[in-house]
Design a protein around this ligand. Structure first.
Ligand code: SAH
Ligand code: SF4
Ligand code: F3S
Length: 410
């Protein structure tokens, strides 16, 4: 069997990163090895995102450019996978005939069968071993899909309805990653804290996961504010291994807009979740959508005051992007200049808040988990750059000497 080298380009969220790793495992079992140089690769795997129009464009324009790449060497293979592949389906091959394999996000579990059916890869050799973990961080899927159907969001359509993975299987999976050398585990799902497997909820999973051998730190992504319960906040506050940080997307500070977005909580309810988390010493960052079609100047001001009230340690701000098939697609968009102006104002505010959050770390002693010799993260998810080098994967106690724009120096 000939050995094929694979270059992977992953767009989108951590779930896609986890899916890319899963697909690479299937390819390794068929005698492929990963490679960091696209020019030397035989196989190009593009794992795509379609959350906003821009994300899909990026993947498609790369795909267009890859025609020349494919022609440059006989036998090259292009795999187009993920959320944009799910949305576009058969259209992809029609428009880009140089694509060999399309594997939509809902079919990642069937990826091995799909590559086998393509006839482009050899059979699975007996006893193929998964490669050892090289990063101290391992991603573990605990849920698939999303059933929230927020009015603007395409995820439920490309990833399907929410389902929780088997409780014991998840724990086994985590233990396997720890045994392979991971120190930090990141639990993944689009509404990860809505996890419920046969009555065992997310808090129960957290409580079991922290007991596993070899675990240094536990995080999770992306939680939905609706499912932040007192029980979850309590476990987070009291379990020393659980990160004292949460990326909790709010989307808007206006109760009216939140209702139209079908987020399921009001501004006040979100604020009360924040105070619950802050009582436990947890820092919060967020996602915000600017220029939702019905967002008035007043609604936008409410987003600004919410940002100030929450003191987010960071926020990703996105311009509303209409996605075909979602309820918000048919709404009349706001003028671009208004949206851009609002985005500018919001970004400035977010930056000031983040700066203050970083500044507040100065002089404190933090346990930093090193992700490379000079870079690591605190338990509250602040990035740290160290003067001295440390071993990747080691957790070190460091005094924070100074806070720069978005990094702490130690
Ligand atoms: N499941 C997570 C978010 C997943 S998508 C949650 O519900 O919180 C990541 C982020 O993309 C969202 O938080 C939202 O801010 C943004 N987003 C999703 N759809 C969008 C759209 N149509 N336009 C602009 N931003 C969008
Ligand atoms: Fe999209 Fe809403 Fe589901 Fe998040 S919770 S993935 S924003 S539908
Ligand atoms: Fe994008 Fe799919 Fe994630 S649309 S944000 S890669 S779930």
């Amino acid at each position: 069997m000939t050995l094929k080298t694979v270059y992977i380009q992953t767009f989108g969220c951590q779930m896609n990163t986890a899916d890319s790793a899963e697909m690479m495992l299937a390819l390794s079992a068929r005698g492929c090895i990963s490679c960091q140089n696209a020019q030397k690769a035989d196989v190009m795997l593009i794992n795509t995102c379609t959350i906003r129009e821009h994300a899909e464009h990026k993947a498609l324009s790369l795909l267009g450019r890859l025609r020349k790449w494919k022609e440059a060497k006989f036998g090259r293979v292009i795999i187009f996978a993920g959320c944009a592949a799910e949305r576009l389906g058969g259209e992809v091959k029609k428009k880009f005939p140089h694509v060999d394999i399309v594997c939509g996000a809902k079919s990642i579990d069937a990826f091995d069968k799909i590559i086998e059916a393509s006839g482009l890869f050899g059979g699975a050799p007996a006893g193929a071993e998964p490669p050892a973990e090289s990063s101290p961080i391992a991603l573990v899927n605990i849920m698939r899909g999303c059933s929230c159907k927020c009015s603007y969001c395409i995820v439920p359509y490309v990833r399907g309805e929410a389902s929780s993975l088997d409780f014991d299987e998840v724990l086994k999976n985590i233990q396997a990653k720890l045994d392979a050398g991971a120190k930090e585990i990141v639990l993944l799902g689009q509404t990860v804290n809505a996890y419920n497997y046969k009555g065992k909820n997310f808090a129960a999973l957290l409580k079991e996961a922290v007991k596993l051998n070899g675990l240094d730190r536990l995080r999770y992504l992306s939680p939905h504010p609706l499912f932040i319960t007192e029980e979850v906040a309590e476990v987070m506050a009291t379990e020393p291994k659980i990160a004292k940080h949460l990326h909790l997307p709010v989307q808007s500070g206006s109760s009216k807009v939140l209702k139209e977005m079908k987020r399921g909580y009001s501004r006040e309810e979100f604020l009360s979740k924040i105070s619950l988390l802050k009582k436990g010493g947890i820092w919060v960052s967020t996602d915000i959508i600017v220029g939702y079609p019905t967002e008035t100047e007043e609604d936008f001001k409410e987003t600004l005051t919410l940002v100030d009230e929450c003191n987010f340690s960071g926020a990703y701000c996105f311009k509303f992007s209409p996605r075909m098939g979602t309820p918000a697609f048919s709404l009349k968009e706001l003028p671009v200049n208004i949206v851009e102006k609002r985005l500018d104002i919001l970004l400035n505010k977010v930056k000031l808040n983040a700066k203050a959050a970083y500044k507040a770390q100065e002089g404190t002693i933090q346990r930093v988990l090193m992700e490379s010799p000079h870079n690591g993260r605190t338990l509250s998810n602040f990035w740290v750059r160290t003067e001295k080098p440390y071993k990747t994967g080691d957790a070190v106690e460091l005094t924070i000497k100074k806070a720069e724009e978005s990094i702490l120096l130690a």
